[in-house]
Design a protein around this ligand. Structure first.
Ligand code: DAH
Length: 339
């Protein structure tokens, strides 16, 4: 029996030394020391030994068990080291391999234009404010002095959420919201999305962008409006830009004007951007109508103001030579990457 134990020890230790992974090692442990293992198997035969032999064999069995356990423990440490080494080797990075290209995004041309606009007006002391895209009929039309029968109120032009709520058709309602909240002097611009019930084509999109400007103080004149817009135009289109006012009609301004700028592409000679006439239509503007001031609790006998509004999408298209407004909203990186 002692011999069988010694033979078992030798076999077990040889196997443990050969083991190459923690799984191999665990298998060996179960095989030799487990409940159904070989050592237990041998010890089961101790019943047939004489009283004198039993303690001697028992001692040997304990030594064999201890030796096997020691061998297991030793192997475990060295195998763990080996495994770590193997893992590190497998995971080494080849620094000479070409890296994965990180795709850097780009500011959308509309965002670029809006950032430019904000910076220009901030530099003239304007504050940038934001307003709701879902707007009440009161702010979008009534408070802006739009007559009840004004065509823009029609369902075919405006998206109604319900009788009193619309998707704003212009940024002009922000004039009213600001004048209700703040006392003059007021100097704000507000940029954002507007919506009209238009069928999309190369020049129309049911969703588009505007910037609104409003200045209210004592003694504000049309001269201030002209000066402000001239500074804007020179900064946005180039230092040689000139502007001109054409009489127009808006419900919320009196007098009202449409403002053209000399074409930034040809400087006024006539080209494809300005369709040959040297000027491009840029915005609507005027002196805030006394009714609008009154609607907002501002006394038109004491204060006056000017306002202007322009479509940002069209300006962006002209500036970058984009011939279809729908391209702006497709979010195709091949398009956006060009600007
Ligand atoms: N809200 C006008 C539109 O969408 C543009 C406009 C014209 C805004 C004159 C103004 C203004 O503030 O004074 O067509």
């Amino acid at each position: 029996m002692e011999q069988r134990l010694k033979a078992l020890e030798e076999k077990a230790i040889a196997e443990i030394k050969k083991a190459d992974s923690t799984t191999d090692l665990e298998k060996a442990r179960v095989h030799y020391l487990g409940k159904k293992g070989e050592l237990t198997e041998i010890l089961r035969g101790m019943g047939s030994l004489s009283k004198e032999e039993r303690p001697i064999v028992g001692k040997v069995a304990n030594i064999v068990r201890a030796n096997i356990e020691n061998a297991l423990e030793e192997s475990k440490t060295s195998i763990k080291d080996k495994e770590l080494h193997r893992k590190l080797k497998a995971e080494t990075i080849d620094v000479t391999m070409p890296g994965k290209e990180v795709k850097v995004g780009k500011r959308h041309p509309l965002t670029q234009a809006m950032d430019d606009l904000k910076n220009i007006f901030i530099s003239m002391g304007f504050k940038v404010v934001e307003g709701p895209e879902v707007e009440t009929v009161y702010y979008n039309f009534d408070a802006l002095n739009a007559p009840k029968n004004h065509p823009s109120r029609d369902m075919s032009d405006t998206f109604y959420i319900n009788e009193n709520t619309v998707l704003r058709t212009q940024t002009s309602p922000m004039q009213v919201r600001v004048m209700e909240d703040e006392k003059p002097p007021i100097r704000i611009v507000s940029l954002g999305r507007c919506f009209r019930n238009d069928t999309p084509d190369a020049t129309h999109s049911p969703m588009f962008h505007q910037i609104e400007g409003l200045v209210v103080d004592k003694g504000i004149t049309m001269g201030d409006l002209k000066g402000t817009l001239e500074v804007f135009a020179k900064n946005f289109f180039g230092p040689d830009t000139k502007i001109k006012f054409r009489p127009h009609n808006f419900p919320f301004t009196e007098p009202s004007a449409e403002v053209d700028a000399t074409c930034f592409k040809c400087g006024g000679e006539g080209c494809s951007v300005c369709k040959g006439n040297g000027w491009i239509e840029v915005l609507g503007a005027g002196m805030v109508h006394p009714n609008v001031l009154r609607n907002c609790g501002i006394d038109p006998e004491v204060y006056s103001g000017f306002a202007f509004g322009m479509g940002i999408d069209r300006l962006t298209m002209q500036k970058y030579g984009i011939d279809d407004i729908r391209l702006l909203f497709e979010n195709d990186m091949r398009f956006i990457d060009q600007f």
